[in-house]
Write a protein that binds this ligand. Structure first.
Ligand code: B1M
Length: 212
């Protein structure tokens, strides 16, 4: 098995130490960070993402797979900083004001990172001003909002409205998700995309940037 297959297998079989070791081996062999990330880490995570979408694996497995991916990224990151690798896009992501749920959002962030996006994760209970500041500072193409409780759903529309008022709405695409969120809700608040789960979020993000 090649070292890239070892990296993929480490992610697919949920073994962070194997991924770390295989990435170190790949670096020692002189392999470039682009190849390690694209052909090893992202390829492995794509397999897990597809299984997750088909309900063949569940949240705990995805969490460990993501941890495995991060174990590999930690090895490669110092090289990435000095390489020519450009992220496929930039996403500012947060759970809306008043909502403390972050497991789903974290999965979305990890899957986006696994697909090559740069993600600025604003965390939970994110006020409108924080979204605006993060957009101004990081110039993302996509802003993602997660909402898990019905009571905080209005914050999604209010945040979009605030982006409009700040003159930022036409600079970003807005993606929304979370258990009570639906396509019709997304349409209602004027979001550009709705994703039902983390793997769809990656697909939607690529579509929004014309990459899919
Ligand atoms: Co709470 N909670 N919770 N909770 N909690 C729910 C959401 C609830 C449905 C449970 C229930 O009553 N049946 C209910 C909401 C009801 C409603 O309003 N419709 C609820 C409630 C009421 C509450 C409290 C009010 C309880 C209380 O204190 N009385 C309180 C609220 C606190 C607050 O936020 N202000 C509360 C607190 C908590 C905990 C802190 C204990 C904990 C959160 C821990 C954490 O997140 N760090 C918690 C949990 C764990 C849940 C449940 C059990 C699980 C949520 C979860 O993580 N699911 C949940 C019940 C349920 O959903 N079955 C519940 C797994 C996760 C992978 O799925 O988050 O849906 P999900 O994310 C998915 C997709 O939705 C999508 O992709 C993800 C991955 O596939 N997605 C996006 C999510 N964000 C996206 C963004 C995107 C795209 C896709 O683009 C940007």
């Amino acid at each position: 098995m090649s070292v890239l297959e070892d990296i993929q297998q480490g992610i697919i079989t949920y073994k962070p130490p194997l991924v770390k070791q295989a990435c170190e081996q790949a670096v020692a062999q002189g392999m470039g960070p682009r190849e390690i990330v694209q052909e090893g880490l992202i390829a492995g995570m794509a397999v897990v993402g597809a299984k997750f979408r088909r309900n063949e694996v569940f949240v705990p497995e995805v969490m460990i797979a993501a941890r495995a991916m991060h174990a590999g990224l930690d090895v490669v990151k110092p090289l990435l900083a000095h390489s020519e690798i450009e992220p496929v896009g930039t996403v500012v992501l947060g759970t809306v004001k008043g909502d403390l749920h972050d497991i789903g959002k974290n999965l979305v962030a990890m899957m986006l990172e696994g697909a090559g996006f740069r993600v600025f994760d604003l965390g939970i209970d994110t006020p409108v001003e924080r979204f605006i500041q993060a957009i101004q500072e990081n110039k993302p193409q996509i802003v993602g909002m997660s909402s898990l409780i019905t009571n905080t759903l209005p914050r999604v529309g209010e945040t979009i409205e605030a982006l409009q008022q700040a003159g930022l709405r036409n600079q970003v695409k807005v993606m929304v998700g979370g258990a009570p969120v639906s396509q019709s809700f997304a349409d209602q608040v004027g979001a550009d995309a709705y994703a039902a789960d983390a793997s769809s979020a990656v697909e939607k993000a690529k579509e929004l940037l014309g990459l899919a």
